[in-house]
Design a protein around this ligand. Structure first.
Ligand code: COA
Length: 433
């Protein structure tokens, strides 16, 4: 093979030139979340007039998503695998589509059904062997790159070189754009009184030696605040953020009790600040792997005492969990919630935790409801859910009858809504509360 350095030089181009190789009708898969190569997505949007009907596919949207704007609708159509702030409106207004899919199954979808014509990558600089790392976003990006027709990559010295199964050789890339740019950062969320109370309740369910999956947002971060006295925790999680670094530094997360990947925190993507990106850079304590491995319930359950911690929008009195929509309105996607709930349920000693504030819309709506909203889709079924946690306590549902479940859930509802829920309980079950 030619020396990789020669190949690298031959493939070097500018973002403007690289995106000219996208053709009308192509399906373009974009690295998502904090890994989005903004340089390339901006260049693609700037070249909009040259395209018709380019399908832009990705999961978590943290960038501007200008391909979703009304004026670009002739040129692009977004196919969302997980909605975010910048893509919700386009889907709501019919300028884009949502494809329901488990995160773990996205790679197979690309291999079999949604063939990627082009993948926009965001990679670290190559090592001495010519391997670039997928950095903060290995997830579906690596599998998509392995089955795509054309790869356009931004090579960025600021992209951390994450270890694990997270590399691609320069020879596989078609066009390389070399530019140092800041990665998207996710600032640590504001943790208020409600989140602190939820975090404390969740932490009471976590034991020394447990292996954790943490969802995204204020609640998982609040949990971490209350884990400082635990020992030998492990991480096998779809993603993690800055909070984990603190617990590693405090000696709380050691990964010493894990059955697989002992001594390593395993994840498939990362969202945080530069502190997190510096921590994972060249760090063999962190293994980044593709999502069809990390989120496979058969892999997840190989760790004993796997505790999954996720958030949701609504829970009905049977324990059905809605996490991705408000009525018919899609607000996010399933991500790895069900992958991890299944894996945790199969793990010896595993526990699933669904956590949420007891109310939404500034306290005007109860998230614990008699019936889920019309049009809403159940994300995690009543058969899979076990612990539901709010700021008012913990409801344990597995092994409980419908009547017992309703009682447990009403006890952790906001006091303002308990009376109404009790009325429903008494009518539904012909029994005093
Ligand atoms: N009724 C009406 N509106 C509700 C509601 C309810 N029961 N629950 C939430 N909302 C509204 C909020 O008011 C908010 O509206 P706004 O954007 O206009 O302020 C919006 O829905 C989002 O709710 P919020 O509580 O701010 O969301 P969050 O950022 O804490 O995320 C989930 C919560 C459930 C959306 C998020 O955890 C998720 O997408 N989960 C599924 C995916 C998952 O679990 N992945 C696992 C690993 S990453």
């Amino acid at each position: 093979m030619e020396d990789w350095r020669t190949l690298y030089q031959q493939k070097l181009t500018t973002a403007e030139e690289a995106v000219k190789h996208i053709k009308s009708g192509d399906r373009v898969v974009v690295t998502h979340a904090t890994g989005e190569p903004i340089l390339l997505t901006d260049a693609m949007v700037a070249n909009a007039e040259q395209y018709e009907n380019v399908e832009v596919v990705h999961m978590v949207a943290m960038g501007k998503a200008e391909y979703c704007l009304p004026e670009n609708s002739k040129h692009f159509r977004h196919n969302s695998l997980f909605l975010g702030g910048s893509t919700r409106k386009a889907i709501e207004e019919g300028r884009g589509d949502f494809t329901p899919v488990f995160f773990s199954e996205i790679p197979e979808l690309f291999r079999t059904t949604l063939h990627p014509n082009v993948v926009l990558l965001h990679l670290s600089t190559p090592d001495e062997h010519g391997y670039c790392s997928f950095g903060v976003s290995c997830d579906y990006t690596k599998p998509a790159a392995e089955c795509a027709d054309l790869l356009i990559a931004q090579i960025n010295p600021k992209m951390p070189r994450t270890m694990g199964d997270s590399f691609i050789h320069v020879s596989k890339l078609d066009y390389i754009v070399e530019q140092e740019t800041d990665l998207i950062e996710l600032a640590p969320p504001h943790i208020g009184e409600v989140e602190r109370a939820i975090g404390e309740n969740i932490a009471s369910l976590v034991k020394d030696g447990d292996c954790l999956q943490l969802g995204i947002g204020a609640i998982p971060d609040a949990v971490l605040l209350f884990l400082k006295d635990k020992k030998d925790l492990g991480i096998h999680s779809e993603m993690f953020s800055d909070g984990v670094v603190e617990l590693v530094e405090a000696g709380v997360i050691t990964n010493a009790k894990k059955n697989i990947h002992k001594g390593k925190s395993v994840a498939t993507f990362l969202m945080g600040t530069r502190r997190l990106y510096d921590y994972v850079d060249n760090n063999p304590e962190v293994a980044m792997m593709p999502v069809d491995y990390v989120n496979d319930p058969r892999v997840i359950c190989q760790n004993d005492n796997l505790v999954s911690i996720n958030s949701c929008v609504q829970v009905d009195l049977m324990g059905q969990v809605v996490s991705t929509c408000v009525g018919l309105r899609q607000i996010s996607g399933v991500g790895g919630q069900v992958d991890f709930v299944r894996g945790a349920n199969m793990s010896r000693g595993g526990r699933t935790i669904m956590a949420m504030p007891s109310t939404a819309a500034k306290g005007t709506i109860s998230k614990i409801v008699p019936l889920i909203d019309e049009g809403a889709a159940v994300t995690t079924s009543r058969y899979d859910v076990n612990y539901v946690v709010t700021e008012y306590g913990i409801a344990q549902l597995k092994g409980k009858t419908l009547r017992e479940r309703a009682r447990e859930l009403i006890k952790i509802a906001h006091p303002d809504f308990r009376e109404g829920l009790i009325k429903v309980y008494e009518e539904r079950f012909h029994a005093k509360f």
